[in-house]
Design a binder for this molecule. Structure first.
Ligand code: ADP
Ligand code: MG
Length: 694
């Protein structure tokens, strides 16, 4: 057996291990729970917990933890030893079914957007048996959902699981019209993760990177990414070693890391796993991000996962490849026969309607302080949502729309199977990299998420909005005499009504933004523009209709989003102010003094000399220092204003309009000084040094 096959999944309590270690009745009961999403019986849980513990201990584990995703989006864990001291002074290793299925972290220190004020303060974690337990650093990690005792979701996973249920129920109903009796439909996700690797020694000297994850200062490097030599280029040996270790550790954890390559920007790389069911894919993505950070340190490197670590250099995203499938079939696969084509067209039209009707929610799902720097900056799609279908599928859709009357439309439909769809080449569909939401052969690729984001939000929304349009479809065909005719009529009507969201051109072009405005598409440029739409009646109603978020849960997410945004920019502003006062301003003054000393020395040595160059430099340093000082005062003032605001939205606006603008001004002033102060006198590693190491 090859090494990968031998090591793959060795640290996972997966189906294979369960089958091997559980009594067959227990295995069957657990499998049923996993497949059907039913609650786990405590008797079964006791047996599973015992087997899990024996297995974990044999694999070196001493502790267990409920591994969950609070509203901060990052994973949380509290380790409990398997230890159970005995009366005779010895200890045994113990793990009960109760401890497996439910845990009680102290909920009070996680962001909750005020939900705890409304409900019960305590929270509990509950095992998500569809995501396997695994061992990380000698700890048995049990993927869990996190709820309040009154049942409100306090995490990212719970709504995701609910949305998967919602879309499954609607999709099964749709399939029943096609004569398919399917117990469950799952959504799948493949998350391509971009990241930067820089040297630890540079990182350590940059307080901005340490505290905020991005550089708040830094003049453009002499060389950027214009040579386009990094993309798919040979990988540095150190980075290669990092990638190898990362792959191996991920494989052991059952994460199917598949592709790795250099990205467009210097020091930027990407990892893509094989896709899997949504909740597992997201757990795996979070694990991947964590491992990237820890493994980098083994090589004297730091992994930057911020969306925009360097101004003027491409930022990092996380493409969310999404599809919907039965046990055996991808429902977004166009297929080869007219019948499956009609089914495909129904799912396609459902996605088109969903994305058009809920542009705002999709935009919100990727809105963050970091991603605001990236969207629309010519390296990522703009903030406007549109769908790319590609030439072939675009032609099909155009033909369906153009069919003048019902007869015409029907003729097109009859043609579809033989002529148009079967020639689909997956590779032909994905030449457009500028679209935020592209059909890529048998899945949609949502390209707006930032590299740091937890993809649960984006997928919760995708699943829910598609559930909604599938439901519309069911309602439309419910009483139809001729199902095929009614189904096709719905496809055509839906495509006509939502045609405006389809755009196959260059998403980075300015003309597109004008065109999008004419089409009435939303352009929510920043988080503060997008977030208020979370409370729009239609969105609140949607989440309620499918039991994904109740009003309080939705409201709490809105509060947390704004709060997090304000907190992050507050930290950035304060870091910038601090670094200017303590590092940059003193460095500029010291260098100015050095130049002044030179002028004096030259004059003392020869009174006839006219040190014009030094005088010019001194004048620039002096003017620059003055501007820095003014800009610094303005930033401190803007911070004080924002900090004094009570209302969450008004506060976030103030950080956006006031603090970010003041930060930009200060940055320009400081970066100008970086350009004229000597390398020796400049107190921070520059872009030239950080981005072009050997
Ligand atoms: P790109 O051309 O964007 O680099 P790839 O062809 O390498 O894309 O695939 C990107 C991701 O899409 C991978 O993670 C892959 O597993 C995932 N993917 C492929 N098929 C599906 C699917 N049916 N559902 C979800 N993700 C999928
Ligand atoms: Mg991609």
């Amino acid at each position: 057996m090859g090494r990968i096959a031998e090591e793959y999944g060795t640290l996972v309590f997966n189906d294979h291990t369960m089958q091997e270690l559980l009594p067959s009745a227990t295995y069957k009961a657990l499998s049923k729970t996993i497949k059907e999403g039913k609650p786990l019986d405590i008797e079964v849980a006791n047996v599973v917990a015992h087997a899990m513990k024996e297995w974990a201990v044999a694999n070196g584990a001493t502790h267990y933890t409920h591994w969950f995703q609070p509203l901060s989006g990052i994973t949380s864990e509290k380790h409990d030893a398997f230890l159970d001291p005995q009366a005779d002074g010895r200890a045994i290793m113990k793990f009960s079914g109760k401890a497996l299925i439910q845990g009680e972290p102290d909920a009070s220190s996680f962001p909750s957007g005020g939900i705890r004020a409304t409900f019960e303060a305590r929270g509990y974690t509950a095992w998500d048996p569809t995501s396997y337990a695994f061992i990380k650093d000698e700890v048995l990690c049990i993927p869990t959902a996190f709820c309040s005792y009154t049942g409100e979701a306090l995490d990212k996973k719970t709504p995701l699981l609910r949305s998967m249920e919602a879309v499954s129920a609607q999709a099964c109903k749709v399939l029943s019209y096609f004569g398919q009796d399917v117990p469950r439909v799952t959504t799948t996700v493949g998350a391509e993760q971009e990241y930067f690797l820089i040297k630890e020694e540079d990182y350590e000297q940059r307080q901005d990177l340490i505290l905020t994850g991005r550089t708040l200062f830094g003049a453009p490097p002499c060389k950027g990414q214009e040579m386009e030599e990094h993309y798919f280029g040979a990988i540095r040996p150190t980075v290669n070693n990092f990638m190898k270790e990362l792959d191996e550790e991920l494989w052991k954890l059952g994460v199917a890391a598949k592709t790795k390559h250099n990205e467009v920007a210097p020091c930027q790389h990407e990892l893509a796993p094989m896709f899997t069911i949504s909740n597992v894919a997201i757990d795996h993505n979070l694990l991947t991000m964590e491992l990237m950070r820890t493994i980098a340190s083994h090589y004297g490197l730091v992994c930057l996962q911020h969306e925009k670590p360097f101004e003027g250099i491409n930022g990092s995203g996380k493409h969310n490849n999404w599809s919907i499938a039965t046990d055996s079939e991808n429902l977004l696969d166009p297929g080869k026969t007219p019948a499956s084509n009609l089914r495909f067209l129904v799912f396609l039209a459902a996605v088109v309607q969903a994305v058009d009707d809920y542009q705002d929610l999709l935009r919100i799902s990727v809105a963050s302080a970091g991603n605001d720097h990236r969207l629309g900056a010519n390296e990522a799609p703009p903030a406007v949502i549109s769908i790319f279908l590609g030439d072939e599928l675009g032609r099909v859709v155009d033909a369906i729309i153009a069919g003048k009357d019902d007869d015409g439309a029907e003729a097109v439909y009859m043609d579809l199977g033989v002529e148009v769809l079967p020639s689909f080449e997956r590779d032909n569909t994905d030449r457009n990299r500028t679209s935020p939401f592209a059909f890529t052969g048998n899945k949609f690729e949502f390209r707006m998420p930032g590299s740091q984001v937890n993809l649960a939000d984006a997928n919760t929304i995708l699943n829910t909005i598609v559930a909604k349009s599938l439901k519309c479809f069911c309602e439309a065909v419910e009483d139809a005499g001729d199902f095929e005719k009614a189904a096709f009529a719905w496809v055509r009507k839906t495509l006509i009504e939502h045609q405006r969201i389809i755009f196959n051109g260059d998403g980075y072009a300015d003309e597109w933004l004008e065109e999008a405005e004419r089409r009435g598409l939303l352009n929510l440029k920043s988080l503060v523009d997008a977030a208020p739409h979370m409370l729009d009646e239609k969105n609140v109603a949607l989440f309620k209709e499918f039991g994904v978020l109740n009003e309080a849960e939705n409201r709490s997410r809105y509060e947390v989003k704004l709060e997090t945004y304000s907190k992050l920019i507050n930290i950035e502003g304060q870091t910038m102010s601090h670094m200017t006062k303590r590092k940059i301003a003193p460095a500029v003054s010291a260098y100015a003094e050095q130049v002044a000393d030179t002028i004096n020395a030259k004059k003392a040595a020869n009174p006839d000399l006219d040190p014009v160059a030094d005088q010019k430099l001194l004048a620039k340093l002096n003017a620059g220092a003055n501007e820095m000082s003014d800009a610094l005062d303005a930033l401190d003032e803007a911070l004080a204003v924002a900090q004094g605001i009570d209302d969450a939205l008004a506060m976030a606006r103030s950080y956006h309009d006031g603090v970010l603008a003041a930060m930009d001004r200060l940055r320009v002033a400081c970066d100008a000084m970086e350009g004229i102060v000597s390398t020796e006198a400049w107190p921070l590693p520059t872009y030239n040094k950080i981005l072009f190491y050997c």
